[in-house]
Each structure stands twice: as C-alpha cells, then as structure tokens.
Design a protein around this ligand. Sequence first.
Ligand code: GFP
Length: 792
Amino acid sequence: MTQDNLRDDILHHLKFTVGKDPGHASSYDWRLALSFALRDRIVEPWFASTRKTWKEDRKRVFYLSMEFLIGRIVEDAAINLGLQDTARAALAELGQDFDALADDEPDAALGNGGLGRLAACYMESMATIGCPGYGYGIRYEHGLFRQRFEAGRQVETPEDWLTQRHPWEFERPECAYTIGFKGDVHEVDGRAVWTPGETVIASAYDMPVVGWQGRWANTLRLWGAMPTTLFDLERFNRGDFTAAAEPETLARTISRVLYPDDTTYQGKELRLKQEYFMASAAIQDILRRYLESHEDLSQLDEHVAIQLNDTHPALAGPELIRLMVDEHAMEFDTAMRIAQGCLGYTNHTLLPEALERWSTWLMGTVLPRHMQIIEMIDAAHATAHPDRPASVAIVRGNEVHMGELSFIMAHKVNGVSALHSGLVKSTLFHELDALHPGRIINVTNGITPRRWLRLANPGLADLISETIGEGWEADLDRLKGLEPHADDAGFLDRFMAVKRANKAAVSNWVSATLGVTVSPDAMFDVQVKRIHEYKRQLMNVLETIAQWHEIKKNPGGDFVPRVKVFGGKSAPGYAVAKEIIHLINDVARVVNNDPEIGDRLKVVYPPNYNVSMAETLIPAADLSEQISTAGKEASGTGNMKLSLNGALTIGTLDGANVEIREHVGAENFFLFGMTAEEVVQRRKNVNHARMAIEANDALRDVLQLLAEGRFSPEQPDRYHGIVDRMWHHDHYLVASDFADYQRAQAEVDAAFLDRDRWARMAALNTARMGFFSSDRSIRDYMRDVWGAESAL
Ligand code: GFP
C-alpha cells in the first residue's frame, strides 16, 4: 500500500463519505476519513477469512460476553495492518498529524475492567492466530460512565461515544431477531409453546477485528435493541406524543447502558433482560448460520464452540435447549448433550457477592419457559447423580444459581490463573468437581502484545526489534532473546532511556492536566485498576501516609523520591470504594502542597482511567502494585501489562502474580504478604486487625492522623468510617499484611537506588513475559476447550 493510495483514499472518504471540503474539515472529519480508508483495507481479508471458514466448514468459536472493552481503534488497526508509518506520512502530506487524530478518538468503553478488556484482547488474538471466531455482545449506547472528581469525590456522568459517528461498524438491519420476555407457556400436542408478553428486536452491528499483519479478520457482532413497532400511531394521532413513543423507549432501554444500577427491582429486571437479549440473539444467529449449510442440529457440537465469558451470558444454555426442543423437536436429553458439547464456561471470580443469582420469581416472570428448562436441567442432573449434595442444585433457596447452571451446562469450566483454577476446584465448585472430575481446567489469562507493547510503548518495541529482530509481536516467547542483553550496559542504558522518556511524557501530561509537577527521575509507583476493597488501594494510600509522616518526622533525611500514581473507578453504588477515592484525593492535596515534602513524595490520581490512559501510564511505570488479599484476585491482567513494559512488581501470591513471579524469577519480584491459606487461617483469629495495628507504630500513627482529620481539616470526622473498619472489620486484612508490605517497599527503595541492578531486573521482566501473550491463552482454549484449529 503506497502512501499515495492511502492519501487519495483519505481524501476520497473525506469528500464522499464524510461530505467535507478539505479546506473546512475538522480533525473529527479527518479522523473519520482516515478510519474509513483503513477500514477499506480490512474488508478484503475479512471477506477472505469468512469465505475460507465456510468453504472448509471450519469449527467456529463464538465468544459471548456482556463486555468488550475495546478502547480506541484507529491506531490499533493501522498497526495491525502495518500502515502506521504510511498513514502518518500520508496525513502529513495533507497537513494532518496522525497522533493528534488518533488521540482524539473516544474510547469504546463497553466494559468495566479486566473481564471486558480480556474479551477485547482475545478477539484480537483469535484474529492474529486465524481462529475462526465471532464475538457477541451488546452495543451499549452509553458505555462505562465518565469519572470526574468534585472536591475529591467521584462524580459519574454518562459516557456518550455514540454521539459521534462510529466509523468501524457496519449496520445490518437485515440481520435481526425477535427476543421475547414474559407471557405464558402452554402445552400444545405435548409440546411447550411460549407466547411472550413483550418482544423487542435485536439488530446486528458488525465490527471487523483484524489480526497482526492483516492476515485474518473476524467479526465482533454487537446487538442493538429496537422496538417491534416503532410507535403507537393511534395515541400519536390523539396528540399523546409521549405515550406514543413509549414502546420505542422501553425497547431501546435494553441496549442503553452498561450495568444499570441493579439495587432496584426495575434495575434487576433490566439487567436480566439484557443478558437474555444478548444470549438469545447470539444463539439464534449461531443456529441460523449453522443451518445454512447443515441439514439438522444433530452435529452442532462438532462445528460450534460457544464460550461463556463468566455467567452473564449463561442463559445461552437454556436458550439453546429451548430452540432445539421447542422449535426443532429434539428430545431434551439429546439437546442437553449437544448443548454441553458446545458450551465452555470461564469463571472470573470467587467473591460470593459477584456470583450471579436470580430470584426464581423474577426468572419465572421474565423468562417463564427458561425457568422450566432450568428446572429440567437441574432435575436431569439430580437423576444422573442421585447422591449429589443439595448445595450443588441450580435452583435452591428460591434462587437460580448461574454458576451451577453454567458448570452443569458446560463440558469445560476454567479459571483464569493456576492459583484461581485450583481454588475454583477446591472451594467454589468443590462438590461439582467431585461429580465431574476433569471438567475444571486452567487457562491463564493473557494480553495482546500488539496493543500493550507495540502500540503503547513504541520506544521499547523499536528497541526490542533492533535487538532481537522483527516479528516478536506474534511470537512473544522470542522476547527471551533479550535475556543475554540484560548484562549489556549499553542495552540497559537504552532500555532505561526509553523508560525515562515515557516518564517525562507522563510528567508533562500530569502537569498540564492536574497542575502537579512530578520529576521523571522519581520512582513511578503505579496502581491502576477498578477501585475495590480486595484490591487494597487502601493499603497503598495508608502506606503513602506513613511515608509522608516519616518525612515529616525527619525532614532532613534521605528518601527515595516517589510518585504514587492511582487510576480507577468505583462502581457508582459502592460507598466504601468511593470513600477510598476521596481519601486518595485528600492525601494528594495535602502531600502535594506540603513544601517540606518537595519532590520526595507526590500523589497523582488522574480522573477517568480507561484503556487509553492505561496505554499512557503503563509504559511509564517503574513499580507495579499488585497487592490484593491473596485468594481474591482471580488473575489480574494489568499486572502482565506492567511487567511486560519493564515495571517491577510488588505483590502478593495472588492470581497470576504467582505465575509472573515464576516466569520473571523470584529475585526480580518484590513479594510480601500472607498466602491464600494463611489468609483463611488468619481470619479465624477475631482480633487479627487489632493485634496487627497494636504491633505496628507506623500504622497506628497513620490511623490516628486519619481520625484527627489531618487530611480532611474541613470535616475532621470524614474518615472515621475507614478507621473504624480498619480496627473492627478489616475483612481484606490490610492491617495484617501492612508490616510486610512496608518491609517490601523498603526493599524496593534499596533496589531503585542501585540503578544498574534495577535496570537489569526491569529488562528481565520484559524478556520473560512471553508466556502471558493472549495468543498463548487462545491456543490453550483452542486445544483444551474448543477443539478448534487455526485456518491460517
Ligand atoms: C476479573 C477478575 C480479574 C481477571 C479478569 C479477567 O476482572 O482478576 O483478571 O476478570 O479474567 F477480577 P474485573 O472485570 O472484575 O476487573
């Protein structure tokens, strides 16, 4: 592709697709034109991939997820097409700056955190490997809310990415399915007939997802909800315009927002409808496509693999059975066997509050036929396993347990790190595992190195290519080739120069956006992720206060300068997480404005952490905080991104930290804290928090400062709740791990002072992270769960 072609295509699209004269085009118009010109180049490989899959009757993988946290698309597409430099030069000819245009793109934020970003990485890896795959999700009009801070408090505003034109999607109004809710089930000639009381239309929007070097492209199909009838003409003609629009408004509500607040009954019902809406549209689409080239559904499981990304799409199982039994006259037992052959289920959490349950009343009202089918599945399982304990029933205590439903419906169930999969086996699904040995397996998560190294950290990516040659992006184990260079002072200087430049860029951005000056020579100590008690941002900020206090007590002392960087959102209804956000901002205000502290400690918390911000912050990190209570973080994937980009981890033996440490070497990882077993033991001591606090003067002082209102003089009792919880309800064991955390932080300081040692450790982290490519994860799924092969 020559620069001239691309330039001409950009101009063509500017004129004929966007309808703008170059003389009057805004950067938004130019970005659209660039996107269309790049998209054109994906279409051919996309068609070719689809044709090949059909022709060879390949097994297809359908990845069902309520979240796809895609982020920006322009630069990612340009990189995978190998057109980044060409696009840059073509735009320069047109007087436009590629980076500025790319930076102006809104993030597609159709997800919350790790689970949604994982789905996006997996889509990209499937396309890179040539695994014939489709993603199915919802085209939310409003993705994850935008976060602002007002006087240090999180304020949420709606996200509005679709108020702009979305140039990467193809609307498919002809691909639409009716989705029913409520109504009644009758028996007609011995068969169940469900007559829904409400219906909406699921209408498809397709996004091509192109893999590395444009060799393969898959489809991400997102469903938008439409009304079956546009509006009530009779009411409209009577002049009742608002009431006339009601059916449309109600239908569109289903794809309006990601995670409606489900503390109300209406919110719960909406969320259940969203889940069924996506699952049903996906299953109808899968069956329609399959029946275009097969006589009947009896071999479905040989050609179709359906992966449930957590339990959110679990209704796909009962829906598949409903369609096979009610519409295709299949026997229930056969339908069950085929459905199990198709389905795989990934568990992402052990936290009891995050395991989905629906009241049988709600399920029976919204999905009466599915409630019957769920009871049939449960009864069949009970019959097949007469000794099964009551605790594994899908329906128990007037609730439908989606974890048990997903487990029983799937032929493989996986956790997302070795430790987590072990705990899934030994705790969460202990009894089901005994009934179905071998069903639970592990697939450790991964991240795509195209976005998380090549795109996010071009300086390091170029250095790697110069050192070990091109092509490591699709074969990340080749990073091992960097290992010998970890003893080469020249290489390490360049490695650290890249880090220094990334840090300088972040410090300029922080100063421009937050008005805080930070030195790029200080250690950048980064914790970026959703705000949650188990992730223990609280421990990090308490340690920050301890450090501040230390400097205050010894103002002339030598301290290793640190910049504490936080990023992340709290769920809107999660009061404790919001308090932690407020505290971080209050601590930042006091510390950053304390002249006695100077450059020795800064706290920065840029609002609205998202994929794009991660791409900026991660390459600039020296230290990666992965400090969750052991046994709570299923995997983590930010930990992988940071380590791949040469940050050293301070972390507990939790989630994928365990495997990261094994790969990078224990000597290149700062370990602290209790193990998952020790956590369980420790909790048995009811006085665990008090004992730990009383034994640690620094922690006691910190809590005293908080209690006195030192960080909230305008409201001295603001953090009494936090102090009280630390003493009496420290469920996540912040106090018990605190002393060891401080010990590890002191080791971090010492290592950072020895620049050569630090550089070597950082380079070895990058060199040894090849295992964590999402290409490896996808190959694991293809082999162990999907039985699918690459078509390349
Ligand atoms: C969840 C888990 C993480 C895990 C991801 C992806 O993330 O430990 O890495 O899923 O498997 F908590 P969130 O969506 O909850 O952020």
